[in-house]
Design a protein around this ligand. Structure first.
Ligand code: TTP
Length: 191
């Protein structure tokens, strides 16, 4: 079986990838995460995922490499990770009482062969009070997450409904990835 590398420093992505039940190495790619301008959200997340696998492939030239990127889009505004409390507050205010879309792009690379895809999941938030937002920010959860929340943590209490893949919101659309890896030619033994 080919060697698999997850080009990510995200502990969530690592946990989700374990569902494949195959060994893999993680590598934090430190790629430039500046969002390219003039692209649709789906294109942005695929471009950033590609940057991550390209950096990792310099270190693992013979491996199959997976990279991923997640952004939140609310009323045409792209929300990445908040840099401070104020930004987190602004983001959560925007999401309050609204439906937003979470885009996760994935890139798979082996030698010169590259595959990219994206998933879009719609998430509806309850109406949040100032106190709800304040309490949630104090949990510390918002700061390493796109849109300033984590659906897998206390952020679950903010979410009214979701349409699409839950794991894509957490950062890695695992069932689509599983199928894409097989189509890509990666040999995954039956569990
Ligand atoms: C919306 C949402 C995002 N997130 C996370 C997923 C991503 O890890 C993060 C968005 O930042 P990313 O830049 O996509 O990923 P990362 O910097 O955490 O990891 P790496 O680039 O090394 O792969 O937000 C959650 O964990 N839960 C959520 O509900």
């Amino acid at each position: 079986m080919d060697h698999l590398v997850l080009a990510s420093g995200s502990p969530r992505r690592k946990e989700i990838l374990k569902k494949l039940n195959i060994p893999f190495t993680t590598f934090s790619p430190n790629a430039d995460e500046t969002q390219p301008t003039g692209l649709a959200p789906s294109e942005i997340v695929m471009a950033l995922a590609l940057r991550k696998v390209n950096v990792a492939s310099e270190h693992f030239p013979v491996s199959v490499i997976i990279g991923s990127d997640t952004i939140v889009v609310c009323n045409d505004l792209i929300l990445g990770k908040p840099q401070n409390v104020d930004e987190a507050k602004q983001m959560l205010k925007k999401l309050s009482g609204n439906i937003h879309s979470v885009y996760t792009g994935v890139a798979i690379k082996h030698d010169s062969k590259v595959e990219t895809f994206f998933e879009k999941t719609d998430v509806e938030f309850w109406e949040l009070t100032e106190t709800d937002i304040q309490h949630y920010i104090e949990s510390g959860e918002p700061f390493d997450k796109a849109g300033a929340y984590g659906i897998q943590g206390q952020g679950a209490l903010l979410v009214k409904s979701i349409t699409g893949d839950y794991y894509s919101v957490v950062g890695l659309p695992i069932s689509r990835l599983y199928r894409s890896l097989i189509e890509f030619g990666f040999n995954i033994p039956p569990n």
